[in-house]
Structures are given as C-alpha cells and as structure tokens.
Design a protein around this ligand. Sequence first.
Ligand SMILES: NC(=O)c1ccc[n+]([C@@H]2O[C@H](COP(=O)([O-])OP(=O)(O)OC[C@H]3O[C@@H](n4cnc5c(N)ncnc54)[C@H](OP(=O)(O)O)[C@@H]3O)[C@@H](O)[C@H]2O)c1
Length: 276
Amino acid sequence: MKDLSGRTALLTGASGGIGAKIAEALADAGANVVLSGRREDALADAAARVTERGAKAAVVPADLSDFDAIDPLVEAAEAALGPVDILVNNAGIELTAPFAEFTRDELTSLIDVNVTSPMLLIKRVLPGMVERGTGSIVNIASAAGHFPPAYAAHYAASKAALVALTKSLRAEYDDSPITFSVVSPGFVAGDGMYQRIVDSGVKSPKMMGTTSTEKVAAAVVRAIRNDSVEIVITGSPARPLVALGALAPKTHERLVDRLGMHSAFGQAARIRGRLR
Ligand SMILES: NC(=O)c1ccc[n+]([C@@H]2O[C@H](COP(=O)([O-])OP(=O)(O)OC[C@H]3O[C@@H](n4cnc5c(N)ncnc54)[C@H](OP(=O)(O)O)[C@@H]3O)[C@@H](O)[C@H]2O)c1
C-alpha cells in the first residue's frame, strides 16, 4: 500500500510505549487510527497526538485475552472510522522465569495475547480486505524470535510464531493485493517493556545495542509502503546475525550468549524473584 492517506488503521497496544509512536507515525503518513488497548487514559493521550497531526482517531478499549472481545473491537473500529485497511498487531506481553517454573496459566495466557489474538484479528479483517481489494497487515514480533533468550522461552516462541504466520500468509495470499509484514525490534530504549526492564535494574547488554520507539514506528510505515517481508531493527547489524542463525546455528548460539540476551532476561527474572 503505497499511499496511507485516508486509510483506516486498527492498532492494538496503542497505549504502550511503541504503540503510541506507531499511532503517531501512521497519522503522519495520513492514516486515521483506531487505538486499542486496555488503559483508557493512555489511549486517550495517544489519540490526542493523532488528532494533533490532522488525522482522525477513535479509541476502542479491548482486552485481547478475551477472544470474545475481538469481533466487537473490529465492529466498533469500523463503525467509528470505516472499514479496516491496515491492521497492526502490536499488543504483546513478556514474562521471564526458568521455563519449568512458569505456571500453566502464564504459558497459555501469553500465547493468547501474543499469538492467538493477532490470528483472530487477522481472520476477522481479512475477508473485508479481500473483498475491497486492499489491505495491509503488520505483526510486531521481536528480535527475541531470532536470538532466543533463556528465561523467556515462550515469549521468544510467541514472536517466532508471528514471523512464521506472516510468511505463511504472504504465500497464501500471494496473488491478492493484501500485504503481510512483520517488524521485529531488538531492545527498544526510551519507552516500552524493555525500558521498564532496564528501569527495574537490569544492565542493558552493550553489544546488542538498542533501537528506539520512533525507529520501530517508522519501520511499520515503511513495511506497509514497501510490502516488506520482515524488518529486523536492532542496535547491532541485524541481517548478518539473522542469516548466521540459518547458516551456522551453533556459532549463532554462542553469539546470542555473547550478545547478552540470556543475561538480560536472566537478570529480569532474578529481579522479579523468579530466578535464584
Ligand atoms: N520494548 C521492546 O524492547 C520490544 C522489543 C521487541 C518487541 N517488542 C514488542 O513490541 C510490542 C509493543 O511493546 P511495548 O514495548 O510497547 O510494550 P508495552 O509498553 O508494555 O505495551 C504493550 C501494549 O500491549 C497492550 N496489551 C497487553 N496486554 C493486553 C491485553 N490483554 N489486551 C489488550 N492489550 C494488551 C498494552 O495495553 P494496556 O497496557 O492498555 O493493557 C500496551 O498497549 C509488543 O508486542 C512487544 O512484544 C517490544
């Protein structure tokens, strides 16, 4: 979708650190934005920054762990700003602990929010996009899907699932005008879940570097415009590192350790009292 002006974007996780910036970037590109999340005050703040940019905004709160909330979310979004042309699945949660110590509920509820709800949202908006002959879907995964850390195994698995989901759908809808992209950020500084981890006392691993909420948001707009397959956006050169994972998995394994992925997530688990 080369031109986003006048398009309706449904953005989940719009109340979060990265989501609020994605909302601004979509508005700067001319799209009108339906902002969803659970915290209504944060959604209202993000919506104000959309309207300041001359775009339309609508706030539709929804808890994505409740699958029954998904159809009403899309219906309310469409009632407010018209058919959804762009879906950005950005809402997500992270948890850190030794794998065997996650409760069954923690394991399933993270997958509900990070994987199942994006799939249900895609399933809900796709038929309309196909009928109208236009649409873009962007999933926000994580570099953790490519550099899987210890102590966040099911978070990494959930993000790798979004990469596979995106690529499968691209193949399936190859002859349609609908585009599917995935944006996989590394450690994001300034705001969002990683910044909160750092604020809690975790030492940011220097070699991995950091990226910013603005760069991730710009990557979302770029992915829509260019029909990108995946944009991995980290503080260190991402492409060779991702390629190394396929070409030399054991070397990659050692590198992921050297980059400080395991120690960062291990520290987070320790600070949260989940790792001795
Ligand atoms: N920050 C990073 O370094 C980083 C790196 C790689 C990937 N990512 C990914 O980027 C995305 C955004 O992360 P962020 O850093 O902006 O995190 P964040 O500040 O914690 O924001 C997470 C967003 O997800 C929403 N959300 C969580 N659970 C939800 C639920 N049950 N129902 C509806 N919405 C829910 C939150 O809404 P409420 O707070 O209103 O409930 C919030 O808007 C996530 O998918 C994350 O995995 C982040």
